[in-house]
Design a protein around this ligand. Structure first.
Ligand code: 0A1
Ligand code: ZN
Length: 884
């Protein structure tokens, strides 16, 4: 792959481009054994940078240059230089048309970046720097151009030829045909897309708020036509929501989505032609779980929302990635909250953030949401840039209020439409629209790490004053040893002993300002004193998780129980239950470590019994309350993660709860299952909540190994009319000791779904996640299964990723076999698909979390990867930073 050590790109070195490309006219001639790309670029000197004519340095990788001409004159090879990454030539005028012709090989492109084959079709993925694998170009987001694209291919095998914008012409030439597309909106090359294939489409339309008719088309391979309705519904809802909530209207006459089977990420927001991983667009009740349905809805919305937050207003450079991604994740999260249960969505997102992004923030790849440097930008499509970036935008809204935030986003879109801008520009629009000073808030963009927020309180009965004191700090992260205080919005309330939410008046204020407010903690230590508090209150802090911090508050068990019962903030009711569960689990983990026999704590069972008996409690909420913190979260929270102790403690508690609550759980489960049988499937909030609770209950019940439960599980597996119930039952069987039922269910499932790649992915990941002994060998055996392919990212994620990232007890097996397995896969994938290889590596980067013996084993595998030679930039960066 490479020979020299890759160098890092630095934000501080950013310079505007020397040249712009006004117009881009592309012509693709697609064949089975090669393709040719002709590019006519109208190049213009950037006049802001002077009137001299520096060399034009175009990006290009893995291109075979066939010809170069300027203004119609072919250049001799002495007039330009070609290197591995560039084509350099000397312009003679400040504006000229450069024409190049290159040959490329999509048919052997396994990295799935640039133009590649996915099954029978051709498709592209250009973000971040894939366009340079298609033609020589100024492949950077601040070079925006109007594109016209002609695609030529065999008529029969590729009847559908698509690109960005509107179709303007088409024709035939013998066995081949062509189509020309024109995109009137200037865009950076990373938003370019092309598709050619035998695709069918489902068509619909949307009338925008100014009464324009937009054609909506979702293209899939013919066998998948029955699985696009949910995506189409989601698209229409997204279009409507963005008009209502952000005032954003769609701008072209046509919006297309294409589903492809081989895709490195979830989906891509190419202008007017979104390309999707099929897993994020296809869904039917029989083949996709509720979670998959919700993911389709969220990803369709996310990509659609990018049309404004990303395409109309794009990023100046890749350090600004969170400008479009953090904002768009925030937008899609709010959309999902509006479409489904707001509290449940928030709980899910916070669990995900705490488990995964906090771990990233604590590891060797930690970076601010706007990184200062990178070796390979593909490595920075991270949980930090996306998820923490979204939390930062959420905090802005919390601080500015919903109306102020909307004023800010309106100004941002209006001011920067058609531009490539920075995170600072976003903040400036928020400031200008609100007359606010966000200079200290901006530290969230430049400082990495998860802040700690310690809270203490003091009540003075005599003066009826209650003081909350916050102390913030932030651990060192690579390259940042000292941190300055953040602005942390703490949304809060105070509860009286009987659960009333008290009016909140800060000392110095004339009157109380409601029963909930946001305290902006901006100093290292800061106190807030409330007056008129007649008895010591119970604080409800960081409501709805108002900041991505690790807060520590000393609550007694009684206080947690009171919060669970009375807090008007649903998130904090759940959070109180979590804290109680964590306290109990930590006690059990300590007991395992001390070699004591584990004793069950009756309190949690009592609480659960109360929850199960409370018929007023929302089922979705109940399901969330009954979910114990995962082993991964417990590991993240521990100083040193003791994998076995965590697993034993958690399994012990789950079994104890299942035994103590058998009767109410069994009764409730049966009632829910009966309801499922009678109702046709719908992916709506109410049914999803019901199935979620049913799934949680079945998992508990199966731990009792009772025959009646086993029979019910088999019944649910065999008779369910939807994939959610079927897969839940399968997972329970796979994790049980009922060997015969397990084998039979797995075989039956595979036989039934062998031709459905996405369903087989679920079959792979259920097995990869099994807690039963022998899972690694099973995973290795499954790699030989005909439905597995090392070239398909979904398969790798399902099976190898499923094992390494979702199965801690086996991945961290004491003999180090899990680590060795992962390193072997990374070494093999490095040459085939560097992006996937690098992502797969994540669990090994967390070596510092474990005890010395495991640390040594994990490091040794990282060293082995480093020594294996020929590392891609992607893998090199992660391995070298992990070992630094
Ligand atoms: N912008 C897309 C994600 C994406 C990023 C990189 C890709 O290839 C390296 C592909 C997709 C999104 O946020 O949805
Ligand atoms: Zn995105």
């Amino acid at each position: 792959m490479r020979s020299e050590t890759p160098v890092a790109v630095q934000l501080k070195d950013y310079q505007a481009p020397d040249y712009f490309i006004e117009r881009t006219v592309l012509d693709f001639d697609l064949y089975d054994d090669h393709s040719t790309v002709t590019a006519e670029l109208t190049v213009l000197r950037n006049s802001d940078k002077g009137s001299d004519l520096p060399p034009l340095v175009l990006d290009g990788q893995e291109l075979e240059l066939l010809s170069v001409s300027i203004d119609g004159q072919e250049l001799p090879s002495s007039a330009y230089q070609v290197s591995d990454n560039h084509l350099t030539l000397q312009p003679q005028t400040k504006r000229f048309v450069l024409r190049t012709q290159v040959r490329i090989h999509p048919e052997s492109n396994t990295a799935l970046e640039g133009l590649y084959r996915s099954g029978k079709m051709f498709c592209t993925q250009c973000e971040a720097e894939g366009f340079r694998k298609i033609t020589y170009y100024l492949d950077r987001p601040d070079v925006m151009s109007a594109f016209t694209t002609t695609v030529r291919a065999d008529k029969q095998r590729f009847p559908v030829l698509l690109s960005n914008g509107n179709p303007v012409a088409q024709g035939e030439e013998g066995a081949r045909h062509w189509a020309t597309w024109e995109d009137p909106f200037k865009k950076p090359a990373y938003l370019f897309a092309l598709v050619a294939g035998d695709l069918w489409c489902v068509e619909d339309s949307f009338t925008t708020m100014s009464q324009r008719e937009v054609a909506l088309r979702i293209y899939v391979e013919p066998e998948n036509l029955g699985k696009v309705q949910h995506a189409m519904d989601s698209l229409k809802k997204s279009m409507k929501w963005d008009e209502e909530v952000y005032g954003r209207e769609y701008d072209l006459d046509i919006f297309m989505i294409v589903a492809v089977s081989d895709f490195n990420m979830g989906a891509m927001e190419n202008k007017g032609l979104n390309i999707f991983n099929s897993s994020c667009v296809l869904a039917s009740p029989e083949t996709a779980t509720d979670a998959a349905h919700q993911r389709v809805e969220a990803v369709v919305a996310h990509e659609y929302f990018h049309n404004w937050s990303g395409n109309r207003v794009t990023c100046r450079d890749w350090f600004q990635l969170s400008l479009k991604e953090g904002f768009t994740v925030f937008r899609d999260a709010e959309f999902s909250a509006d479409m489904n249960s707001r509290t449940v969505k928030r709980i899910e997102d916070v669990v995900f953030l705490r488990t995964n992004q906090f771990a990233e923030d604590a590891g060797p790849m930690a970076h601010p949401i706007r990184p200062d440097s990178y070796i390979e930008i593909s490595n920075f499509y991270t949980l930090t840039v996306y998820e923490k970036g979204s939390e930062v935008v959420r905090m802005l809204r919390t601080l500015l209020g919903a109306d102020g935030f909307r004023k800010g986003s309106d100004l941002y879109f209006e001011r920067h439409d058609g531009q490539a801008v920075t995170c600072d520009d976003f903040i400036k629009a928020m400031e200008d629209a609100n007359g606010a000073d966000l200079s200290q808030f901006k530290r969230w963009y430049s400082q990495a790490g998860t802040p700690r927020l310690a809270v203490s309180s003091y009540y003075d009965k005599a003066s009826a004053e209650y003081t909350l004191t916050f102390q913030q700090s932030c651990p060192a992260t690579p390259g940042q040893s000292e941190k300055l205080p953040f602005v942390i919005p703490v949304q809060m309330a105070l509860l009286s002993a009987d659960g009333e939410h008290l009016p909140l008046q800060l000392k110095g204020e004339d009157s109380a300002q409601g029963c909930e407010r946001v305290l902006a903690v901006s100093e290292a230590e800061q106190s807030f004193t409330f007056v008129g508090i007649e008895a010591e209150p119970l604080p409800s802090l960081l409501r709805s998780f108002s900041a991505p911090v690790k807060m520590s508050v000393e609550y007694s068990r009684e206080q947690l129980l009171a919060l669970m019962q009375h807090d008007s903030d649903g998130f904090n009711r759940w959070e109180a239950a979590q804290q109680l569960q964590l306290a109990i689990l930590n006690g059990l983990i300590a007991a395992v470590q001390a070699g004591k026999t584990l004793k069950s704590d009756p309190q949690l069972a009592e609480v659960f019994a109360g929850l199960l008996a409370d018929s007023s409690l929302d089922q979705a909420m109940l399901a969330e309350m009954l979910s114990l913190p995962s082993e991964a979260l417990l590991a993240e929270l521990a100083e040193v993660a003791d994998v076995e102790a965590i697993h034993q403690a958690r399994e012990f508690l789950r079994k104890a709860l299942a035994q103590a609550l058998y009767a109410p759980m069994w009764q409730r489960y049966q009632a829910l299952r009966a309801q499922s049988r009678e109702q046709a499937y719908a992916a709506d909030a109410e049914q999803i909540a019901r199935r979620s609770l049913q799934g949680k209950l079945l998992a508990y019940l199966m731990l009792t190994e009772k025959t009646e439960v086993k029979a019910a599980c088999v019944e649910q597996f065999e008779q369910a009319h939807n994939m959610t119930e079927r897969l839940n039952a399968l997972a329970c069987l796979v994790n049980s000791s009922f060997a015969a039922e397990k084998a039979q269910a797995l075989a039956q499932f595979a036989e039934h779904f062998k031709d459905d790649a996405l369903v087989m992915d679920q079959w792979f990941s259920v097995q990869a996640g099994s807690v039963c002994p022998g899972t690694l060998n099973q995973v290795k055996a499954l790699m030989q299964h005909p439905a597995f392919s090392f070239k398909n990212p979904n398969k790798i994620r399902a099976l190898i990723g499923g094992f390494c990232a979702q199965n801690p007890i086996h991945f961290h097996a004491a003999d180090g076999e899990g680590y060795r397995f992962l390193a072997d896969q990374v070494i093999a994938l490095n040459a085939l698909n560097p992006q996937i290889a690098s992502r797969l590596l994540t669990p090994l980067t967390r070596w510092r979390k474990y005890a010395p013996a495991r640390q040594a084993q994990m490091r040794a595998e990282l060293e082995r990867i480093r020594a294996s030679g020929g590392l891609s930039k992607d893998v090199f960066e992660v391995v070298s930073k992990s070992l630094a």
